[in-house]
Ligand binder design. Structure first.
Ligand SMILES: [Fe+2]
Length: 368
């Protein structure tokens, strides 16, 4: 049956074969082998559709999933480079009126794409470093000066990131002795029965004031209610259009959260209803694109993820277009601080990163 979901990867694969493989001066046997390797990119997507769980690969071993995901990443990277090569070829023919060295250009693309993919998949799948951010918060009381807020986001437990990965990020987070831990969404790609075991180490997260979370869009692609129940059972408190107040002596800070808009009930004003006056607010909102609206509601500091920092150049620009201009790092929006994390990991369908390392964020809050 025709599936539009498959059409784009198939077209990209066809472009790779026509523009990169065919012009190579290799034997047809080598060309067919290279074409088959590239075909494993869309083949993976087809395999995904055939598994009972659809979008994930719980039935595959990690290594097979990783190799197929790497081939998919190679296919995308090669296509981006081929667009540059083909634009150069057109300019070459127009301005130099000479024969374009197609074999060497295609070979260069193949080598750069392969090397970028190997490095990028290593970068995308390694356990992230802790990155410290010092944040000045206006109105923060002196008893909360120095509050340590750790953030994990876009963990995307799936066929590539499994229990060992979660254990590692939990250990690194606990080693920070955080006061608060925030997890603003995209915990998982998969169903509770397949992935509960992998996410279980989250039960070991330790902090003085608790672990708070909101949903990301990926939670809605599976068993949302099953996941909310499971993760709540792990000791994670979901703040969906609600807030909590953290206090130390006479110093207070509000931690608020909104669910991802995929569920249709994203409501920041409701999350802040009845919050104490003159107390700074930290807001968890999985997607950063509502930051301008949130900034008008008295939020001091918004934390988001979702974009994965763009993962690779070119995709960064596309990501920016769909996320209100916010992709990675710090933004000042009318006095509200927005931090868009590159994510603790990313969706395992495209597990590569170039110039965009993932991170465990540690915010140290300071009174301003
Ligand atoms: Fe997301």
């Amino acid at each position: 049956m025709f599936n539009p979901f498959m059409l784009v990867p198939c077209l990209i694969c066809l472009y790779d074969i026509l523009s990169m493989i065919i012009p190579l001066r290799f034997s047809w046997m080598v060309k067919i082998l290279l074409a088959l390797l590239i075909l494993s990119g869309p083949a993976k997507m087809l395999l995904l559709r055939m598994t009972p769980s659809g979008f994930t690969m719980p039935e595959m071993t990690r290594n097979i999933a990783l190799i197929l995901s790497a081939m998919f990443s190679f296919m995308i990277t090669a296509a981006i480079l081929l667009i540059i090569k083909d634009a150069s070829m057109i300019l070459w023919r127009i301005f130099l009126r000479a024969k374009f060295p197609a074999h060497y250009a295609s070979l260069t693309v193949l080598i750069i794409a392969a090397m970028s993919t190997v490095y990028g998949v290593w970068q995308g799948t390694r356990v992230p470093d802790v990155i410290r951010h010092d944040v000045k918060i206006s109105g923060l009381g002196k008893n909360l000066d120095g509050l340590k807020v750790a953030m994990l986001v876009d963990i995307h437990v799936g066929s590539v990131n499994r229990r060992e990965f979660v254990e590692e990020i939990v250990d690194r987070t606990n080693a920070l002795s955080p006061d608060v831990i925030l997890i603003p969404g995209d915990f998982v790609d998969g169903h509770v029965k397949d992935r509960k075991f992998d996410l279980e180490p989250l039960t070991q997260l330790r902090s003085k004031f608790g672990v708070y979370a909101v949903t990301g869009n990926h939670e809605y692609y599976y068993d949302l209610h099953g996941w909310l129940e499971t993760l709540s059972g792990f000791g994670i408190k979901f703040l969906h259009n609600e807030h909590t107040v953290i206090s130390s002596g006479d110093s207070h800070i509000v931690i608020a959260g909104v669910p991802d808009p995929t569920g249709g009930n994203h409501d920041t004003p409701r999350a802040l209803e009845d919050s104490p006056e003159n107390v700074p607010v930290i807001l968890m909102d999985h997607q950063p694109r509502f930051a301008r609206e949130n900034s008008k509601l008295g939020v001091a500091f918004q934390v988001s993820g979702h974009t994965h920092g763009g993962q690779i150049p070119v995709v960064y620009q596309i990501t920016r277009r769909f996320n209100g201009g916010f992709v990675r790092g710090w933004y000042d929006i009318g006095g509200m601080k927005l931090y868009v994390s590159p994510g603790t990991s990313q969706w395992d369908g495209f597990p590569m990163r170039l110039f965009d390392p993932s991170e465990i964020s540690l915010f140290i809050l300071h009174a301003e």
